[in-house]
Ligand binder design. Structure first.
Ligand code: UDP
Ligand code: MG
Length: 333
């Protein structure tokens, strides 16, 4: 590991006009101090990835780049591809020009002062450094409860993720080269990065409230994110269906014996309610199980098509842009 290393930060932005200038200001100060202390090289850049915003986000990014090309770069995707794809787009764009990367949200919820410690950990030989929230003091009870349930449920379902770690993480260039070999369309970076391996560690920080603007992850999106995480990393739900089917078969044998016993004792006139209940129960269970299988089939469908995970419209950068554009066709699809 060279010291000082070239750090590229990847910041996904979807409609972040309310916070972007403040984020840029704070990050620029951080970079200046890191460069002064020779923790990162002066070639280091901050890359804002515009994920199909429909507000002033891209104009602001362009302006930041024009004023300070030696700090800010911009990557514009052709449309909204989602948070995970936007992060990947940024990482894949810089994978050959950076020494190390840190991904972070644009809303300043992650503590930028944790960057120093992340870099120190990197220089100690860690290829991946996970930013982990130590407390959730500022989250509402509901957010805290749903988020913690999310990690526990993920683990129970066989998708092992780092507890309380979102997408604030440092990855070395070497890890990025390996990440480029993961061709899946259904992205869940938190599950993928631990699979890459290498020496890793965690850095703890306090997560704050959003600086401004609104969360783009309401409960509905969180739920679909959880389902995506589980079905991308584990076939445990499919195994649970088999277990459930087995239990139901045993129960039905018991029910059969019971009904037979009732019949021979002459008490065969039973109410229809029990029949109706079991029909509804079995029907519901079957539909639920079919739904789980459908989730996997749907994923296979998306995977076999191999559509591009993101399309880059423009890359604003004072270094490496020609290089990136030259490789665009083969590498960025
Ligand atoms: N984001 C994105 N594309 C999307 C949704 C979100 O790039 O389709 C970005 C967003 O701009 C932010 C980060 O992903 O930088 C996390 O989003 P948010 O803060 O809304 O999620 P939360 O922290 O509430 O879970
Ligand atoms: Mg946020």
């Amino acid at each position: 590991m060279n010291k000082p290393e070239t750090l590229y930060m990847i910041i996904p932005c979807c409609n972040e006009e309310a916070v972007l200038r403040e984020t840029a200001r704070q990050l620029k100060n951080k970079y200046t101090s890191l460069i002064d202390r020779e923790l990162i090289s002066p070639e280091s850049r901050i890359v804002f990835v515009n994920d199909g915003s429909w507000d002033q986000t891209w104009q602001i990014i362009r302006e930041l780049h024009e004023k300070n090309p030696d700090f800010f770069s911009g990557l514009c995707l052709s449309r909204n591809c989602g948070h995970q794809n936007a992060v990947l787009a940024g990482l894949m764009t810089v994978k050959d020009i950076c020494g190390v990367t840190i991904t972070m949200d644009a809303d300043l919820q992650d503590d930028i002062n944790a960057i120093d410690e992340m870099l120190n950990r990197y220089y100690e030989g860690n290829e991946v450094v996970y930013g982990v929230r130590s407390t959730r003091k500022t989250d509402t009870f509901f957010k805290k409860f749903t988020a913690e349930a999310f990690y526990k449920f993920m683990k129970a379902m066989g998708a092992d993720v780092v507890y309380n770690h979102a997408d604030f993480r440092l990855m070395s260039r070497r890890v990025l080269q390996e990440l480029a070999e993961f061709k899946e369309v259904n992205l869940f970076l938190r599950g993928m990065v631990p699979l890459i391996g290498f020496k890793s560690c965690s850095v703890y920080y306090e997560r704050r409230e959003r600086f401004a603007g609104e969360s783009k992850y309401p409960l509905r999106k969180m739920l679909s994110f959880a389902v995506n995480g589980i079905t991308s990393f584990s076939t445990k739900p499919l195994k649970l269906i088999t277990t459930l089917g087995f239990i139901m078969s045993i129960l039905s044998i018991i029910a059969f014996i019971w009904s037979f016993a009732v019949k021979i004792t002459g008490l065969s006139v039973l109410g229809w309610s029990s029949t109706i209940c079991s029909i509804w129960l079995i029907g519901g269970l079957q539909l639920f199980c079919l739904g789980i299988i459908g989730e996997y089939v749907g994923k296979i469908y998306a995977e076999v098509k191999r559509r591009p995970r993101f399309i880059v419209e423009e890359f604003l950068s004072d270094v490496g842009a020609e290089f990136i554009n030259g490789e665009k066709d083969s590498d960025h699809a």
